[in-house]
Design a protein around this ligand. Structure first.
Ligand code: PLP
Length: 369
């Protein structure tokens, strides 16, 4: 977490502990903090304060968007085949369909046009992918939806985009926008769903109606306050951070390609977020690679963090047509606002050494050896 976000949340875990739904002075103090956080989130997301719905994170926001719209409207659902499981699984659970992507992981707009019609209730396309960093052409998606699916709600999972992209501008055409605090230096377990018009969905979580009946549950005041602090710092410093981190990401990718034979940078030819350097390493299994890297203090991921542990290619790489042999050597290296040149130096030392070691062990024995 950003230190400023930690600092912002601490008073709400101690002396300012009241429940903002109460009627007394301490409750009003907590309510004011929530209102201020709501104003900040509205400002950075390009929404009105009344359109900000606080949730427990990206997964809840995505589920509320997909299932909430389907519960309200019925109809058919569609999403890209590279969505996070927090979108993919709810869409599939309601019989929704997946729109194919090209070899870079970018949605095929013609396939989207073929799939949607007047009966489509929701289209969900992420702003940036959590495994590869690939940025989707959201404005073009919005155009297709308005033209070919006039009754559809457009949802975007902007969880991976917030740190790196002008979310305010890029998501302006979306009716529903998900974000998650722990992706930009805020706490885990806090997020937002921007709901421009609450009549498009039905609440999933029923109870006290705290978030204008769209979402119930006692506010997580400390985390909401910390999320807002992290969000305003992220938005204010985004331009300089992105320029710095893109240089780090590109140095890491180029260094790996130079030194390690058989490294392929994923989605190299298209716009990607600064925060992800995804490569596939030929002839190694990423789980073994992760183990060796951890010993050197490099903490990486095989695919999306949620599906690490399974030795199959991720659904994202499979949808892009990456051959399984290459996909099982997938390595996602992530950056944050605080990443440094020294981090890249360490990775550039550790990864080639680990790959060489694994290849030595797994190389087929030659005659006479
Ligand atoms: N969507 C994307 C694109 C993500 O990367 C993640 C988390 O990794 C989520 C949704 C889920 O968010 P949360 O961890 O806040 O539930």
């Amino acid at each position: 977490m950003r230190p400023e976000a930690v600092e912002a949340m601490l008073p709400f875990l101690s002396e300012r502990f009241a429940n903002p739904s109460g009627a007394h002075a301490m409750a009003r103090d907590a309510r004011r903090a929530i209102d201020e956080a709501r104003d900040v989130m509205a400002c950075v997301l390009g929404a009105a304060p009344g359109q900000i719905v606080f949730t427990s994170g990206g997964t809840e926001s995505d589920n509320l968007a997909v299932l909430g719209v389907h519960d309200r409207r019925g109809g058919t659902l569609a999403c890209s085949s590279v969505e996070h499981h927090a979108v993919l699984d709810p869409v599939l659970s309601r019989g929704g369909r997946l729109v194919r992507v090209d070899e870079h992981g970018v949605i095929d707009l013609d396939a989207l046009i073929d799939m949607v019609d007047g009966g489509t209730a929701l289209v969900s396309v992420m702003l940036a992918n959590n495994e590869t960093g690939a940025v989707q052409p959201l404005a073009d998606v919005a155009k297709v939806v308005r033209e070919h699916a006039p009754h559809a709600v457009l949802h975007t999972d902007a969880v991976q985009g917030f740190s790196w992209l002008d979310v305010h501008e890029l998501t302006s055409e979306a009716d529903l926008v998900s974000i998650s605090a722990h992706k930009f230096g805020g706490p885990k377990g806090a997020g937002v769903l921007v709901v421009r018009d609450p009549s498009v969905l039905t609440a999933r979580q029923l109870g006290g109606g705290q978030e204008r009946d769209v979402r119930s549950g006692t506010h997580n005041v400390a985390s909401i306050v910390a999320m807002a602090r992290a969000a305003e710092l992220t938005a204010a410093g985004r331009e300089t951070t992105v320029a710095r981190v893109v240089a780090l990401r590109d140095r890491l990718a180029a260094g790996l390609v130079d030194v390690v034979p058989g490294v392929v940078v994923t989605a190299a030819e298209i716009e990607r977020t600064a925060g992800i350097c995804h490569v596939c390493v030929e002839g190694v299994e990423s789980e073994a690679l992760l183990y060796l890297l951890e010993k050197r203090g490099v903490y990486a991921s095989a695919a999306s963090s949620c599906s690490s542990g399974a030795m199959e290619s991720s659904h994202v790489l499979a949808a892009m047509g990456v051959p399984r042999d290459l996909a099982i050597g997938s390595l996602r290296l992530s950056f944050g606002y605080a990443s440094t040149d020294a981090d890249v130096d360490l990775a550039l030392e550790a990864i080639p050494a680990a790959v060489e070691r694994l290849r030595l062990f797994t190389a087929p024995a030659t005659a006479g050896s």
